[in-house]
Design a protein around this ligand. Structure first.
Ligand code: PMP
Length: 453
């Protein structure tokens, strides 16, 4: 099918938008200042509006449609499950829930063999933190400044990015520290080895001054996503693992964004040979076709709750429609070599093209990433690395990024934009031809950013 051809119906689009403006209260937005685009449909790497404009989705929505839009096997699995059994309380054993847990446990690293299901990423983080506190009997949790962990009570406080600020009234027990990021090194390091060594020393010092006996957990995104796709230097995650072991601290890796193929491995932790004690997932587990997330739990932490109840639960934990879509998604990813595709497209097409684009555009300061998980760090000046827009800029101060995003959309590309960065995060299923089409549109749109250097 050609997605855009049959879709033009501006009157229907106007009606959808009018109803939205009347009754939908949107996330993260000043309700009176937004102009949501009505969407008529989606397939594979594309979605389209009611005016017949088709967009190549370089954002994977919120970096979740790893398998693309409307994958036929996943759609069929949801339909079949809906016809069979739509809902069942979490206390029962049900075939699709058991199978989803088995498929996930088989793929998570090490002995993370028990799965607690949630409805999304923030709830996964909430429950991982609760497990760590109950397991250790300690209260503090350490997380990094350049991070995003979700928007519920504990998760927003763990989050390091400025979305935390308005909600940061109850952050008791949360301590932020600096993770490694060589391009904008908090440690003034000159190379990756130095960055790694100094970041680990900084973490050690933070722990010493907070008191190791009070720290339940350290939570890190394996590769921080929303905050800038900062692939950690070799040795960093292994170093954190060692520090956690030495101090009896639970190591939580948040793979809500990086998991399920995004980095070209099932989990980003696979790139670093590191096994956390708890691993949170959501998004790519079923590409968000039905809300689902969860925590993969080590044998040791699971044993804490073997004879003593786990004091947490959710009405929709392991929802049958969500689990059926996870089973179909994971099986399709394996059968169709979708994780391998993400690795190959990243290594052979996206990475080289972005590096070449960076050479020609004065606004591109750094290219970093792996798999289908890439960031362009846009700058005013390549020498000074001054960001194209100030940290957390809004309104007129953010106009250069607005101009860049508008140029992408005019070129049929839907970008992911955060602060001074654009992320290239298409579906793991993206073909070489689609990637090249999107990269050409991105290349063109970057001239709008260059105008502000
Ligand atoms: N952790 C990470 C690393 C994320 O990227 C996100 C979502 N962007 C979350 C947690 C929160 O997930 P959700 O929005 O499903 O609650």
């Amino acid at each position: 099918t050609t997605p855009s051809a049959s879709a033009a119906d501006p009157a229907a689009g106007a009606a959808v938008k009018a109803a939205d403006r009347a009754h939908v209260f949107h996330s993260w937005s000043a309700q009176g200042l937004i102009d949501p685009l009505p969407i008529a449909g989606a397939e594979g790497s594309y979605f389209w509006d009611y005016d017949g404009n088709r967009y190549l989705d370089f954002s994977s929505q919120l970096v979740n449609t790893n398998i693309g839009h409307q994958h036929p096997k996943v759609v069929a699995a949801i339909q079949e499950q809906a016809a069979k059994l739509c809902t069942l309380a979490p206390g029962f054993a049900v075939d699709v829930r058991s199978e989803a847990a088995r498929l996930i446990a088989e793929r998570t690293p090490g002995d993370l063999d028990k799965i607690f299901f949630t409805n999304g990423g923030a709830e996964a983080v909430e429950n991982a933190v609760r497990m760590a506190r109950l397991h250790t009997g300690r209260s503090k949790v350490l997380s990094t400044y350049r991070s995003y962990h979700g928007a519920t009570a504990a998760a927003i406080n763990l989050t390091g990015d400025p979305r935390r600020w308005p909600s940061d009234t109850a952050s008791a027990g949360v301590v932020h520290f600096w993770g490694p990021f060589l391009y904008r090194s908090p440690f003034h390091a000159e190379n990756e080895a130095q960055e790694c060594e100094r970041a680990l020393a900084h973490l050690e010092q933070t722990i010493a001054f907070e008191g190791p006996q009070s720290i339940a957990a350290i939570i890190l995104e394996t590769v921080p996503g929303t905050a800038g796709i900062m692939v950690p230097p070799p040795g960093y995650l292994a170093g954190v693992r060692e520090i956690c072991d030495r101090h009896g601290i639970v190591f939580i890796l948040d793979e809500v964004m990086a998991g399920f193929g995004r980095t070209g491995q099932w989990f980003a932790a696979d790139h670093f040979g590191v096994t956390p004690d708890l691993l949170t997932f959501a998004k790519g587990v079923n590409s968000g076709y039905v809300p689902l997330g969860g925590v993969a739990i080590s044998a040791e932490i699971a044993a804490t709750f073997d004879q003593r109840p786990y004091p947490g639960g959710l009405t929709y934990s392991g929802h049958p429609l969500a689990c059926a879509s996870a089973v179909a998604t994971i099986n399709a990813m394996a059968e169709e070599r979708i994780v391998e595709n993400a690795a190959e497209i990243g290594e052979k097409v996206i990475g080289p093209a972005l590096r070449e684009i960076a050479e020609r555009h004065p606004s591109v300061g750094e290219v970093r990433g792996l798999g289908v998980f890439w960031a362009l760090d846009l700058v005013k000046n390549k020498e000074t690395r001054e960001p194209l827009v100030p940290y957390n800029a809004s309104g007129a101060a953010n106009a250069p990024m607005g101009a860049f995003a508008a140029a992408c959309k005019r070129g049929g590309l839907w970008p992911f934009v955060n602060m001074n960065r654009t992320h290239v995060v298409p579906a793991c299923t993206i073909t070489e031809a689609e990637a090249k089409e999107g990269l050409a549109a991105l290349d063109e749109a970057l001239t709008a950013a260059d105008a502000h250097t």
